[in-house]
Structures are given as structure tokens and as C-alpha cells.
Design a protein around this ligand. Structure first.
Ligand code: NAD
Ligand code: DAU
Length: 360
């Protein structure tokens, strides 16, 4: 199995995608994983059921903006790989309060790059050649598409939300640390993920949970904005493959060629719930309501994944339909997981509307 005797730092490993990466590294490779996570509202350590088994997993609560904590971790564990998934990730939150996005996504990535560079500079020849810093980013850095075309690795940067702008800035830092200091970096930009352990503020879990709670299902604007969906476990496999075999300095765009309008997604979730757990009041589509649009709402995203398919042989294992059915089933079977999040104080209500207010 790959990554024998390797130590992999995964930042943000208690989040949605980070935890899928940690689970995959523990299940399908020989890597030892150090999960470095600040444990913000979006974190959930229950997302890693493997945590108590074996001795290849360590969790450390730390902020990627804390240079001293990072330096001590690099000195203690001497990782061969860093995967940076720690981030503030929700567009609506970035509209109401961009400061955390600037601090973690930009200053945090800068701090992690600096400490990784310091560590890498002190490594010996073979270890230095094998080291990788993998920064995980998003298609949102490219802004909005018209009706035609898809983002590939040459697409321009044109971010429209504070979140997307902060991710774009972090991508540029990674590029500069490669060009200027020769740090062996790799960058990936992925489309919308969905699947188990997705925090309930995001469209698909938001719809499932509000529907199960008998609440209205808010669709922003006309519901015709398009997102390109990928099952999170397919993304985790892609990221691991890129870490193992990706070219230093390269960018890979990751997506499943699953473009859907938001209203299609919400209707598909309703239909699956009706099938798996019929509601007393009849079909759940009656809960759907159109609400005020998101400020700066990007109309369409689509990823052209030809490069990672061609060069690394990656293909998603799931279709959108098979993965959505699995996801809805998972939320029905893991009510304790999301009820815990509600019990901790998360309220699945509308945010990011501005309504004449200034951001915090
Ligand atoms: P998430 O919000 O579910 O998880 C983020 C994790 O990072 C949380 O566990 C949180 O505690 C941790 N974190 C936040 N600030 C931190 C800090 N300063 N120091 C250490 N840890 C910190 O996010 P996600 O959806 O899993 O996204 C992970 C990465 O993938 C992000 O960089 C995001 O931009 C990118 N991405 C997400 C998607 C998507 O659809 N969710 C798609 C493409 C790319
Ligand atoms: O494209 C990748 C990005 O996908 C990631 O970089 C982000 O971290 C991730 O959060 C996601 O961003 P989106 O803004 O696309 O995801 P979100 O789930 O917030 O919204 C998906 C679409 O659904 C978007 O067009 C807004 C809309 N929406 C969202 C919510 C929460 C609704 O119509 N109603 C809702 O209640």
C-alpha cells in the first residue's frame, strides 16, 4: 500500500472533506496521519470512527495561523507530506463576516507555508526531494461561467465572494512559494462536494435536515444556478492520488461532470426522502420555497477534469444519483450525528443575506 512509513499532516481533518481524506488514508494506505484542526463550529471528531483503532492516527488541536504550534509539530513528527484542508468554507458566512476567512484562509495558509518551508529546507536530499505540500482549493476561485464551457487548469482567477477571494489569495501564495523558494507544492481545485458528515449549513444536508424537521426548503433566487457535484469519497481518492503521483508545481482540477441546477438537486433530495421515509403530509416538494438571492451569487460552475483523468487515471466511482441516494440514506441512519450539531447550538436558518447591514 502507498505511503509506507510516511507521516502525512492533514490540516482541517475534522471537517467534511478533511475527515474523508483521513478516513481514506487510514483505510487504503499505510500512512501515519497527524490531523491538525482548530475545531471550529464546522469540526466533528466523530467523523473519524477509525480514530480509536491502531496507532497510525494522532489528533492535535491547533490553529494553522499559530506558527509556534506548527513549528513544534513539524519538529516532533517530521512529516513527508502536508495536505492543507483547514479553511473557513461557507460562502454565506463569508458575506456576513469575512474576517475569519482572511485570517484562516490567507494568513493561516501563509503561516503553514512558512513553517513547511522551514521544515523542508532542513531535510536531507532524498527526504527533501520526496516532500510535498498539497493545497486543497476550489473551483469558486474562477468566478462564474456562462451557459457554455468548463474551468480547466488554465482558467483565469475571478473570485466573487469573500470566501472565494480568500481561497484565490491562498492559491497565489502557494504558487509564489513554489516559484520563489522551490517548495514542492501541488494545487487542486475541486467542484462542490457532498456526502456523509457534511455540515448542515450546505445545500444538500441543509435540505435533508430541514425537510426531516418539517421546515420550508429555501432555494435562493430562481433556483437555476448550476453547481457541478462530486461525492466526497471520490474527491478523497483523487487527493490521495495527486499526493502520491501528482507532478510538483502542477495544478489539477477535480470534478465529476455532474452539473445540476439547485432546484433539480432539492427536488431530487425530496424524491429520495419521500421514497425512503414517506412524510405523513405527502410529497416533500410542497416544502420548497424561493427566497431572496445570495449577494454576488455565481451563476454556474463546471470543472473539466480531463487532466487528472488522463495523467493520473482518476475516475469517480459514483454517479450523482448513486451518491445522492447513499447520502440521503446516511443522514437518515445517522440522525444522532446531525442532531448533536443542532444540540451544540447550530441553527439551520438563513444567513448571508446582508439586508442592508454591513458585514462584521
Ligand atoms: P469544512 O468547513 O467542513 O471544514 C474545515 C475544517 O477546518 C474544520 O474542521 C475546521 O475546524 C478546520 N479549521 C478552520 N479554521 C482552522 C484553522 N485556523 N486552523 C486549523 N483548522 C481550522 O470544510 P470542507 O468543506 O471540508 O473544505 C475543506 C477544504 O476544501 C477547504 O479548503 C475548502 O475551501 C475546500 N473545498 C471544499 C469544497 C466543498 O464542496 N466543500 C469543494 C472544493 C474545495
Ligand atoms: O464549488 C465549490 C464550493 O462549493 C466550495 O468551495 C465551498 O466550500 C462549498 O461550500 C460550496 O460552495 P457553494 O456556495 O456552491 O455551496 P452551498 O452549499 O452553500 O450552496 C450551493 C448552491 O445552493 C448555491 O448556488 C447556493 C444555493 N443554496 C444554498 C443553501 C445553503 C440555496 O439555494 N439554498 C440554501 O439553503
Amino acid at each position: 500500500m502507498p505511503f509506507k512509513n510516511a507521516v502525512v499532516f492533514v490540516t482541517g481533518g475534522a471537517g467534511f472533506i478533511g475527515s474523508a481524506v483521513v478516513r481514506h488514508l487510514l483505510d487504503a494506505t499505510d500512512a501515519s496521519v497527524v490531523n491538525i484542526d482548530k475545531l471550529t463550529y464546522a469540526a466533528s471528531l466523530e467523523s473519524i470512527p477509525q480514530a480509536g483503532r491502531g496507532n497510525r492516527y494522532r489528533f492535535v488541536q491547533a490553529d494553522i495561523g499559530d506558527a509556534g504550534a506548527l513549528r513544534a509539530l513539524f519538529e516532533q513528527h517530521r512529516p513527508g507530506y502536508v495536505m492543507n484542508l483547514a479553511a473557513e468554507s461557507h460562502v454565506d458566512r463569508s458575506i456576513d463576516g469575512p474576517a475569519d476567512f482572511i485570517n484562516t484562509n490567507i494568513v493561516g495558509t501563509f503561516t503553514l507555508l512558512q513553517e513547511a518551508l522551514r521544515h523542508w529546507s532542513g531535510l536531507g536530499g532524498d527526504e527533501q526531494a520526496a516532500f510535498r505540500f498539497h493545497h486543497v482549493s476550489t473551483d469558486e476561485v474562477h468566478g462564474s461561467l456562462g451557459r457554455e464551457g468548463a474551468f480547466n487548469e488554465a482558467a483565469v482567477y475571478a473570485p466573487n465572494s469573500p470566501y472565494a477571494a480568500s481561497k484565490a489569495a491562498s492559491d497565489h501564495l502557494v504558487r509564489a512559494w513554489r516559484a520563489t523558494y522551490a517548495l514542492p507544492t501541488i494545487l487542486t481545485n475541486c467542484s462542490n462536494n457532498f456526502g456523509p458528515y457534511h455540515f448542515p449549513e450546505k445545500l444538500i444536508p441543509h435540505t435533508i435536515i430541514r425537510s426531516l424537521c418539517g421546515e420550508p426548503l429555501p432555494v435562493y433566487g430562481d433556483g437555476l444556478n448550476v453547481r457541478d457535484w462530486l461525492y466526497v469519497e471520490d474527491h478523497a481518492r483523487a487527493l490521495t492520488l495527486v499526493l502520491e503521483r501528482g507532478a510538483v508545481g502542477a495544478t489539477y482540477h477535480i470534478g465529476g461532470r455532474n452539473e445540476r441546477t439547485n432546484i433539480e438537486v432539492v427536488r431530487a433530495v425530496c424524491a429520495l426522502l419521500d421514497d425512503m421515509r414517506p412524510a405523513a403530509g405527502g410529497p416533500r416538494e410542497r416544502q420548497i420555497g424561493f427566497v431572496a438571492d445570495r449577494p454576488g451569487h455565481d451563476r454556474r460552475y463546471a470543472i473539466d477534469p480531463s487532466k487528472i483523468e488522463r495523467e493520473l487515471g482518476w475516475r469517480p466511482a459514483e454517479t450523482f444519483e448513486s451518491a445522492l441516494a447513499k447520502t440521503v440514506r446516511w443522514y437518515l441512519d445517522h440522525e444522532d450525528w446531525w442532531r448533536n450539531i443542532l444540540a451544540r447550538g447550530y441553527k439551520p436558518v438563513r444567513i448571508g443575506e446582508l439586508k442592508g447591514r454591513s458585514p462584521r
